[in-house]
Write a protein that binds this ligand. Structure first.
Ligand SMILES: [Zn+2]
Length: 304
């Protein structure tokens, strides 16, 4: 009888080990890193701000001129839609793996353990660190970031549309940063995309919002020590003058990318895809990149 119980418990343990292998709770190695924090600001519909960087604020360009670089003419993932691209950014894979849509992530939690988010991987490596995500467009927090990653999410609601404007999101982020010191902070602004849909991507009102988003990003960045922080700025897609996106034209697909950090080698930024972001972050934090991530960590972007 006893030996049967032993056999059964050995079998159960084997099943547990097999279930853990390769899943989201697999521990990840973390070594010493040049960075204490990673801050990512995502500008929804920011494309190439607006075309080839001609709507880039001088102070925004100046911020990335020290230990950093702003690059243009990169391609977002197909299709040029928010859920698919924010998913690729956060999980390091192409959208076909995640099978997410704008509607799905608004109403359904992300539970696919095969493709952990960058937040989940950091959490596995560092169970006690502070992680945060503030998104004006609520579905990113609700349906792209696992509950198990224990991220401080604002908001964390099942809702399709934004609950407030970017200015309120910025206030909430700055209030939070008065006391918190996150290892990774993700902030998403959506007013540029909303205005692009209403007036056209490239209209004066859109350009105004694109510029405002950059000044908001700089306010967030100003709360971090540039000697110890990796700063990243991204856009999920662009859009047409008719106020649409989702297609494969240059206007819809072209996106910018910005990176700044004390070990960043600006000359090395020659290519970039959204799926590369999560591996870049994990490489900078010296955390093992899971085999599920197919993006390029662009190791040459960092000096030793
Ligand atoms: Zn849109």
């Amino acid at each position: 009888m006893k030996s049967r119980i032993l056999k059964v418990s050995a079998l159960l343990m084997m099943i547990a080990v097999l279930m853990l292998a390769g899943c989201a709770n697999e521990p990840a190695y973390m070594g010493p890193s040049a960075y204490e924090s990673v801050v990512v600001v995502g500008i929804d519909g920011g494309g190439e701000l607006f075309h080839d960087g001609d709507c880039v604020l001088p102070e925004f360009a100046a911020f990335f001129a020290t230990d950093g670089v702003l690059g243009y003419n990169f391609r977002c993932e197909t299709p040029s839609i928010s859920a698919q691209n924010w998913g690729a950014y956060l999980h390091g894979v192409t959208p076909d793996k995640l099978e997410v849509t704008n509607i799905k992530i608004a109403v359904q939690r992300f539970t696919n353990r095969k493709y952990p988010s960058v937040f989940q991987v950091i959490r596995n490596a560092d169970p006690t660190c502070e992680l945060a995500s503030f998104c004006t467009w609520a579905p990113i927090n609700y349906g792209l970031i696992e509950t198990s990653a224990k991220v401080h999410k604002v908001p964390d609601k099942k809702f399709m549309n934004e609950l407030y404007l970017d200015g309120r999101n910025l206030e909430l982020v700055l209030d939070y940063l008065d006391t918190a010191k996150p290892k990774m902070l993700f902030v998403q602004f959506v007013d540029a995309d909303e205005t692009g849909h209403m007036y056209g991507f490239g209209s004066p009102k859109y350009i105004e919002e694109v510029k405002r988003s950059q000044s908001y990003a700089l306010e967030v960045f100003s709360r971090f020590d540039p000697e110890k922080t990796l700063f990243l700025v991204i856009a999920d897609h662009g859009g047409t003058m008719d106020g649409t996106h989702g297609g494969d034209t240059d206007e819809e697909m072209s996106v910018f990318f910005g990176i700044r950090g004390k070990t960043v080698n600006p000359a090395a930024l020659t290519s970039f895809r959204p799926r590369d972001l999560a591996p870049i972050i994990l490489n900078a934090l010296n955390i093992t990149i899971p085999s599920s991530m197919e993006g390029d960590p662009h190791e040459s972007l960092f000096n030793e």
